[in-house]
Write a new protein. Structure first.
Length: 231
């Protein structure tokens, strides 16, 4: 079977684009600070949309299905409850295993050290760009390629988790991020609705940013923030 070179490009961008973006910027000597760093994440889904258009894909091929407004809102509410509730319930287990959330709290505090509008921008950016890349493009294309959506989800969830390891998050934080990442992938496989998962992911991240401690760690809400962090 002939391999579509555009599919190869799209999968590389979807699964490794966020890390490659940092590598390219470093090589070019481009130093984007603050919200500009997060704004640059939109380059990944922007590139994927160009690739998808060149492949002749339509929005539904990328998971863009909504259904009725009531169903959409119900799924967003249910997904948010599942994601946040599961993270809160498993937090004591991670603490008992020796994970005190320090790495994740530090990372969330750094991300949250901005205005309320900035927090919303960071959360919505993470939810939108990451869902378009990992679920909307990569999972859907791999599902067609392999005929096995769960296998495709396992690949994309693994790539998402490993993509957080190194620059900002350590191994401890990445292990915590893996739990909601698997849930998000499972919810997407169940509903196959990209708009729903974008909304759930964004709400989850915005909540985490607003609950994150200040950089001096004085507000005492780090555990709640760590429980909701996925980006």
């Amino acid at each position: 079977m002939a391999v579509d070179p555009l599919l190869g490009v799209g999968l590389v961008v979807a699964l490794a684009g966020f890390r490659l973006r940092s590598v390219v910027f470093d090589a070019l000597g481009v130093d984007l600070d603050g919200l500009w760093s997060h704004a640059s994440k939109w380059l990944v889904p922007g590139t994927l949309l160009v690739v998808a258009a060149a492949q002749g894909l339509v929005p539904a091929d990328l998971g863009w299905t909504v259904g009725s407004p009531l169903r959409f809102l119900g799924r967003v509410a249910a997904g948010t409850v599942v994601l946040v509730g599961a993270s809160v319930l498993t937090a004591p287990l991670f603490e008992r295993l020796g994970d005190e959330n320090e790495a994740l709290e530090a990372g969330m505090a750094e991300l949250a050290d901005t205005s309320p509008a900035g927090k919303v921008f960071v959360g919505v950016t993470a939810g939108t760009t990451e869902e378009v890349a990992f679920n909307g493009y990569a999972l859907e294309r791999l599902a067609v390629l392999t005929g096995n959506p769960p296998l495709a989800g396992a690949v994309t969830a693994t790539a998402f988790v490993l993509g957080h390891w190194g620059e900002q998050w350590g191994l401890s934080a990445v292990l915590r991020i893996a739990q909601p990442a698997l849930l998000v992938t499972g919810l997407y496989l169940y509903w196959r609705s990209l708009p729903v998962l974008i909304a759930v992911h964004a709400i989850n991240d915005v909540l985490g940013l607003f609950l994150a401690p200040d950089t001096d760690g004085t507000d005492g809400t780090g555990e709640a923030a760590a429980a909701t962090a996925t980006q």
